[in-house]
Design a protein around this ligand. Structure first.
Ligand SMILES: Cc1ncc(COP(=O)(O)O)c(C=O)c1O
Length: 384
């Protein structure tokens, strides 16, 4: 068989299992509204948790940066692409997250690849939660360290693995903060205490906690009464911050090391100025309008309570990510299609993004959802 026959067959097999993915054009109409396949709908599947992606201040900041510096950074950061706006963004992010220093990357994915590879090599071992985000799993695989997986949020299992790995130079525990597909939260205080007992380093991916956790959205570190900052905290500008890019927060020394070592920083163009401007604008709004975080949690609570009352299976958890568990891929696709007919966009999440047999509708909430949107959502689920 030729290679094209091979891939044709593979796609066909995916189709048969309800696993084939297709692009769909989503025409954003402002706020949480969009038009999909000529149907107006409310978005309940974005990561725009605080509704900042089209906030007037964010747009103005972005536009100013665009006209001041142009469309591109024009070079990688270590050549001539480190503009004053990158410096401002990194300083602002470090202050916001409460870390000594910060380095920004074109994506959160790249920030994760950079951080893990800088922390460990072939002399070391990584202990990784089974349900960590794909970018963390890839980061662990691409580093040269031995890669071990512990059961999801199971600190007993983690402890057993820490016991077994004393011979390695460094042990790195890698975890999502707020898990992206399950919406549950790592017990970071206990995990850090355990890691400390075994002299292991901790790296947290705070992609979904940034803007969401902590009294004013600074993230997971401010949610728990931690005594120490983890070795590394990674985050993204692409979710609650409503823009694009990733960042690594840590000590001045580590950030200095990272910019000398990280291939996903050294060999790529700096973030576009307009994107840095948007992120800075969003961080400023977050400082000014702290009630957005409260609104987000209120909305999430209303939806969680409403869906449970309708009898839907929502695993225990808190916050704006609500997985409506379905099981079979085809059924999840069918439900998503029916919801769109009712004017609600929520996509079916299927393997390999989630384990086999756990297909779900991943519902995500925003502070920008109105009470009316929530009523429409619950009505649509009632009709399913
Ligand atoms: C937990 C987590 N980490 C990292 C990323 C990657 O972030 P980005 O989209 O900025 O590459 C994502 C999102 O896709 C995520 O959910």
């Amino acid at each position: 068989m030729s290679w094209t026959d091979d891939i044709h067959e593979e796609l066909h097999e995916m189709e048969a299992q309800g696993l084939r993915r297709r692009l769909r054009t989503v025409d954003l109409l402002g706020g949480m509204r969009a038009s999909v396949e000529n149907k107006d709908c409310i978005l309940f599947c974005t990561n725009n948790y605080l509704g900042l992606a089209d906030h007037p201040h964010v747009l103005e900041r972005s536009q100013k940066a665009l006209f001041r510096y142009g469309a591109s950074a024009q070079a990688s950061r270590l050549v001539s692409g480190h503009l004053p706006i990158h410096q401002q963004l990194e300083e602002k992010t470090a202050a916001f997250k409460g870390s000594e220093a910060c380095l920004a990357f074109p994506t959160g994915y790249m920030a994760n690849l950079a951080a893990v590879s800088a922390l460990v090599d072939e002399k070391d071992v990584i202990l990784c939660d089974r349900l960590n985000h794909a970018s963390l799993i890839d980061a662990c695989r691409m580093s040269k360290a031995k890669f071990m997986v512990y059961e999801h949020l199971n600190l007993e299992d983690l402890k057993a693995q820490l016991e077994k790995t004393a011979k390695y130079r460094r042990r790195l525990v890698v975890t999502d903060g707020l898990f992206s597909m399950d919406g549950d939260l790592v017990p970071l205080l206990k995990l850090m205490e355990l890691a400390h007992e075994y002299d292991a380093l901790v790296m947290v991916d705070d992609a979904h906690g940034t803007g969401v956790l902590g009294p004013t959205g600074q993230g997971i570190i401010h949610h728990f009464p931690l005594k120490h900052f983890p070795a590394v905290v990674v985050g993204t500008y692409s979710k609650a911050i409503g823009s694009m890019g990733g960042f690594v927060c840590g000590s001045q020394l580590f950030i200095e090391y990272l910019l000398n070592k990280a291939r996903t920083f050294i060999y790529t163009t700096g973030l576009p100025p307009s994107v840095c401007g948007a992120s800075l604008g969003a961080l400023e709004v977050m400082e000014q309008e702290t009630s957005r975080v409260d609104k987000l949690w209120d909305n999430a609570k209303k939806i969680r309570v409403g869906l449970k009352a309708l009898g839907y299976d929502i695993p225990r958890g808190a916050g704006p990510i609500l997985p409506v568990m379905v099981g079979e891929n085809e059924e999840a696709l069918r439900m998503s299609k029916r919801l769109l007919e009712e004017g609600i966009l929520i996509v079916a999440i299927r393997p390999p993004t989630v384990p086999k047999g756990t297909a779900r509708l991943r519902l995500s909430v925003s502070a920008a959802h109105t009470d009316e949107d929530i009523v429409k959502l619950l009505d649509a689920f009632k009709k399913l």
